[in-house]
Design a protein. Structure first.
Ligand SMILES: NC(=O)c1ccc[n+]([C@@H]2O[C@H](COP(=O)([O-])OP(=O)(O)OC[C@H]3O[C@@H](n4cnc5c(N)ncnc54)[C@H](O)[C@@H]3O)[C@@H](O)[C@H]2O)c1
Ligand SMILES: *[C@@H]1O[C@H](CO)[C@@H](O)[C@H](O)[C@H]1NC(C)=O
Ligand SMILES: *[C@@H]1O[C@H](CO)[C@@H](O)[C@H](O)[C@H]1NC(C)=O
Ligand SMILES: *[C@@H]1O[C@H](CO)[C@@H](O)[C@H](O)[C@H]1NC(C)=O
Length: 424
């Protein structure tokens, strides 16, 4: 049976073409496509159109009805780093998945990998849509029977969010707009269409600079950057929404996420323009690849054992496992809030050493003075999630996590290729 997508939302930017359950952007983005891909897409879309016009051949989409024993999870931001890894695990666990992503930062190549792994009808559907578009989101909820939502989609770079203090007003607006209000759109659609379970991607950035370490879920939240503030506001909106309702909510506050799929199918492929305010592992791999001349460690005089900052690095495989456990334990009328970290702080110096070992490259390291706004130590107390969800981090060897991620980086020098292309 053909698995085309009957429920596609019309993206603002143009008409969507449908191919094997996957939607592409037409019109404006066309220039981004490799010629042969356009040709393939158009030909397939034509076939689908022809088939669609003969009613006897089209049957109701399996995505549009609840099926006993099958959990249909909406994964927002599923073309991104963490969302794609979560989708892979959920598919492996026999769930039915709909990914909604506007590809502003995700990659169609990741969707392609997921589809290759799970080509069967009714397993995976990709819908290109912007969560800021309430009408489109509502249509998606009207046409699909979701059992749960994992909400990953966000503009997720702390560095970028603190970039330009003179334009802070604009930065704040952008973050509130793209994180906080999009979450509200998702919540309203969930309420309108009676979808009760939400797993939300939050962050340790909502805690700001706590005086006491480790950070527990009781640590007061006082975010210091636009990203952390927007995420905290989204949490608050979720809490208010779920009050006096039978929603089942799990809020997971991640620490610093590293690693990638141990089988090398997926990786982290941020936009080139974001690399500079990207994350430490990205910088380490870029240095190993020679894309940047070396690493700059900012601050060697913090009050820590070796003078460099301490962070808590959580492997994406463990993080995804926490989502699966959260989904399994979500209870109507209850909110669970959990830190997802290893509980063990690692210094930047340790990280850099692990990176050198993982890549086998003698990366050049420059030690500079502190960067304003960095705090010395951040690490989690993960005992609540261990107690309540029976989750603990398993991949706690920095070098191994980095090695896994490095294998993918080194064999995918160009990431997934062009973000909107299917070639990798
Ligand atoms: N990576 C980390 O270290 C980390 C730490 C704490 C929390 N988080 C949270 O985890 C989530 C996922 O982060 P990630 O690292 O995978 O980021 P990412 O940028 O790789 O993925 C985000 C995805 O969301 C999509 N998206 C963004 N805005 C959208 C919109 N309006 N409509 C539809 N799709 C949209 C992007 O295209 C992208 O595919 C985020 O919510 C982030 O705040 C990440
Ligand atoms: C976020 O929203 C603002 C509008 O408030 C927009 O200008 C900006 O481009 C958006 N996208 C990102 C990636 O920040
Ligand atoms: C996609 O989402 C981002 C972040 O919310 C937003 O800035 C951007 O305008 C959206 N793009 C499209 C094409 O919908
Ligand atoms: C907790 O997890 C471990 C390891 O996955 C498992 O062996 C054990 O049975 C679990 N315990 C409970 C109470 O579910």
């Amino acid at each position: 049976m053909l698995n085309f997508n009957r429920n596609r939302a019309q993206p603002r930017a143009g008409r969507a073409l449908s191919l094997g359950g996957m939607d592409y952007l037409d019109s404006k983005r066309k220039s981004n496509f490799v010629g042969k891909i356009i040709l393939a897409a158009v030909l397939t879309a034509l076939c689908i159109l022809i088939i669609k016009q003969s009613p006897s051949l089209s049957s109701p989409s399996p995505f549009s009805r609840h099926e006993p024993g099958v959990t249909h999870v909406l994964v927002t931001g599923g073309a991104g780093f963490i969302g794609s890894h979560a989708a892979l695990r959920l598919l492996k666990d026999s769930h039915r998945i709909t990914i909604v992503d506007n590809l502003s930062r995700g990659n169609l190549g990741a969707i392609k990998v997921l589809r290759e792994q799970f080509p069967e009808t009714g397993r995976l559907q990709f819908i290109y849509a912007d969560l800021g578009d309430a009408k489109a989101v509502n249509k998606i909820f009207a046409e699909n029977a979701f059992d749960a939502v994992m909400h990953f989609a966000a503009v997720a770079y702390v560095g970028e969010s603190t970039l330009d203090p003179l334009r802070m007003d604009w930065t704040f607006r952008k973050y509130y707009h793209n994180i906080t209000s999009n979450t509200l759109v998702v919540l309203e659609a969930m309420a309108a269409h009676d979808v009760k379970t939400l797993i939300y991607s939050s962050t340790c950035a909502t805690y700001g600079e706590p005086e006491k370490m480790p950070i527990t879920e009781e640590t007061p939240q006082a975010p210091i950057n636009p990203y952390g503030k927007a995420k905290k506001m989204a949490e608050d909106i979720i809490l208010d929404f779920s009050r006096n309702s039978d929603m089942a909510v799990m809020i997971l506050r991640y620490f610093n996420v590293i690693g990638s799929d141990p089988e090398g199918r997926l990786g982290e492929a941020p936009r080139t323009e974001l690399r500079e305010h990207g994350r430490i592992s990205g910088a380490c791999f870029d240095a190993a690849l020679g894309v940047i001349p070396g690493l700059k460690v900012k601050g060697t005089d913090y009050k820590t054992a070796d003078g460099t900052c301490i962070r808590d690095y959580i492997d994406v495989t463990d993080l995804v496992d926490a989502h699966v456990k959260a989904l399994g334990k979500a209870k109507p009328g209850k909110v669970g809030i959990y830190n997802v970290g290893t509980g063990k702080g690692r210094s930047v110096r340790e990280f850099v050493d692990a990176c050198k070992k993982a890549t086998g490259v003698e990366i050049k390291v420059e030690y500079l003075s502190r960067r304003p706004g960095d705090y010395a130590e951040v690490y989690s107390d993960p005992s609540k999630i261990r107690r309540e969800l029976n989750w603990t981090a398993q991949h706690t060897d920095l070098k191994e996590s980095l090695q896994t991620a490095w294998r993918w980086q080194n064999s995918h020098r160009n990431g997934y290729g062009s973000p909107l292309a299917m070639d990798s």
